[in-house]
Design a protein around this ligand. Structure first.
Ligand SMILES: *[C@@H]1O[C@H](CO)[C@@H](O)[C@H](O)[C@H]1NC(C)=O
Ligand SMILES: *[C@@H]1O[C@H](CO)[C@@H](O)[C@H](O)[C@H]1NC(C)=O
Length: 388
C-alpha cells in the first residue's frame, strides 16, 4: 500500500509541470528566429496564437501567427476581414504544408465560400510573408500595412487538409466553425463575437481555475495524505517527510501562480466582485505561506515545543485543505463551466475520500498490531527476566 503511485514525489512534480504547461500563456513562446513580439493573444479555438509588434509611426504590424498540432498535407490560415466579418472578404495569410513537410507561405483574398485559397494579392500591403514548421507547429511571419489608419479589425483563422497540392475545404465541426473575433493591434485587446468561442478573459479564468483546483484542491490534500499514511511504515522514514515536502512545495508554487492570476482577474473585473471567494483565497495564501515558514522553523523532534508545533502545523494544514475545497466549489460556481468539471472534481474528492478511509483503517490496524506485538515481546522479556 505504501507503494501507491500517487505518493511518489515524482507524481507531484509531474502534476505541477502539466498544470503549469497548460497555463503557460503565449508570452513564454520562443520563436526559432528569436523574434520578440510585444503582444500576444491565445485565440480561443484550435490552439492558435497571434503575436505582434505594432508600429504606429508607419502603421505597420509585424505578426507571427502560430497554429499548433499541424501535420504534413495541411494548410493553416489567419486573416483580417477589413470590411466585413467571417470568411467572405477575408484577407488571408496562408501556410501550405506539402506532403514532404516543406512549407509555402502566400496571401489569398477570399471572395466566396467555394474558395480554393488560391494565391492572390490582398486589399492592403504585405511586404513580407514567410512560414515555417517547428515541432508540429506552423508559424506564419508577415508584415501588414494596416489600411485606412485603423488598428481594430475582425479576424478569422482556420486549418484544413491539403489535397493534390492545393487546400481543400476545412471540417465544419464545432472546433472549426465560428472562428472569428476582433483584434486591436494598438490596445492588444481581442474579443470574440463569433457565437460559441470565448475571449482571452475566459481563457484566463479557466487557467486560474485549473491552477488552483489542481494545486490547492487536489495536490495539497494528497501531500497531507502522504505525510499521514506513509509515516506509519517504518521503512518509509524519512522518505515520507521528503515526499510530503516535495508535494506541498510543488503544490504551493502552482498555487501561488494560480493565486496571482486570481488577483489579476479580480482587479480587472468591473462591477461584480466575488468577495467571499477572494477573501478565502487571500486567507489560503496567508496560511499556505505560514506552512512554508513553519517548515523552516520546526523544532527538532526531541524539543519540548515540537508537540505544540505539531498541533499548530496539523491545525493549519487541515484548515487549508477544508478552505481550499470550499473555495474550489465557490470558484466553480463563479466560473460556471460545463457540469462535467464540477462532476470531475467531486469524483476526485470522492476517490481521495475513499482512499483516506482505507488508509486510515489500515493505519489503525498497523498501529494496534504493533502495540499488541510490543506487548507480547514485553511479556516474553518479562518472563525471561523473572526466570533469569
Ligand atoms: C516601420 O517602423 C518600424 C520602426 O518604427 C520599423 O522597424 C519597420 O521596419 C517599419 N516597417 C516598414 C515596412 O517600413
Ligand atoms: C516538396 O514538395 C514541394 C511541392 O509539393 C516541392 O516544390 C519541393 O521541391 C519538395 N521538396 C523536397 C525536398 O522534396
Amino acid at each position: 500500500m505504501g507503494k501507491s503511485f500517487h505518493f511518489h514525489p515524482i507524481f507531484c512534480i509531474l502534476i505541477a509541470i502539466l498544470t503549469t504547461s497548460y497555463a503557460q500563456d503565449c508570452n513564454t513562446y520562443t520563436f526559432s528566429n528569436n523574434n520578440v513580439y510585444a503582444t500576444c493573444v491565445s485565440l480561443p479555438a484550435l490552439n492558435s496564437q497571434l503575436h505582434w509588434n505594432y508600429h504606429p509611426t508607419n502603421a505597420t504590424v509585424d505578426v507571427a501567427y502560430r497554429q499548433t498540432g499541424v501535420s504534413t498535407s495541411q494548410w493553416a490560415a489567419w486573416a483580417l476581414n477589413v470590411d466585413g466579418s467571417g470568411m467572405v472578404g477575408a484577407q488571408a495569410l496562408v501556410a501550405l504544408i506539402s506532403s514532404n513537410g516543406s512549407v509555402q507561405a502566400y496571401t489569398s483574398s477570399v471572395t466566396g465560400y467555394a474558395t480554393g485559397l488560391q494565391p492572390s494579392g490582398l486589399s492592403f500591403g504585405v511586404p513580407r510573408i514567410t512560414a515555417e514548421m517547428v515541432n508540429g507547429d506552423v508559424v506564419i511571419y508577415a508584415t501588414l500595412v494596416l489600411p485606412g489608419g485603423r488598428t481594430s479589425f475582425n479576424q478569422v483563422w482556420q486549418v484544413g487538409p491539403v489535397n493534390g497540392g492545393s487546400p481543400a475545404p476545412h471540417r465544419m465541426g464545432s472546433d472549426n466553425a465560428n472562428l472569428l473575433g476582433r483584434v486591436d493591434f494598438s490596445t492588444g485587446e481581442t474579443s470574440a463575437d463569433g457565437g460559441n468561442v470565448g475571449g482571452s478573459r475566459q481563457r484566463r479564468r479557466n487557467t486560474h481555475g485549473v491552477l488552483n483546483a489542481v494545486s490547492w484542491g487536489v495536490m495539497m490534500p494528497m501531500g497531507a495524505m502522504a505525510a499521514r499514511y506513509l509515516k506509519v511504515f517504518k521503512s518509509a522514514n524519512p522518505a515520507w517527510f521528503y515526499i510530503h515536502v516535495t508535494c506541498q512545495a510543488s503544490a504551493y508554487i502552482v498555487g501561488v501562480a494560480g493565486w496571482a492570476t486570481g488577483l489579476k482577474l479580480g482587479s480587472d473585473s468591473v462591477g461584480i466582485k466575488y468577495n467571499t471567494h477572494r477573501n478565502i483565497g487571500i486567507a489560503l495564501f496567508a496560511l499556505g505561506t505560514l506552512q512554508a515558514f513553519a517548515l523552516l522553523l520546526r523544532p527538532k523532534p526531541e524539543n519540548k515545543y515540537r508537540f505544540y508545533w505539531n498541533i499548530y502545523h496539523h491545525a493549519t494544514g487541515y484548515t487549508v485543505i477544508i478552505l481550499s475545497i470550499v473555495n474550489v466549489f465557490k470558484g466553480l460556481d463563479i466560473l460556471d463551466p460545463e457540469k462535467q468539471w464540477k462532476k470531475a472534481y467531486i469524483g476526485i474528492l470522492i476517490s481521495l475520500g475513499v482512499e483516506t478511509l482505507i488508509f486510515e483503517a489500515y493505519t489503525w490496524f498497523v498501529v494496534l498490531k504493533r502495540k499488541q506485538d510490543d506487548d507480547k515481546i514485553g511479556h516474553v522479556s518479562n518472563g525471561y527476566t523473572q526466570s533469569a
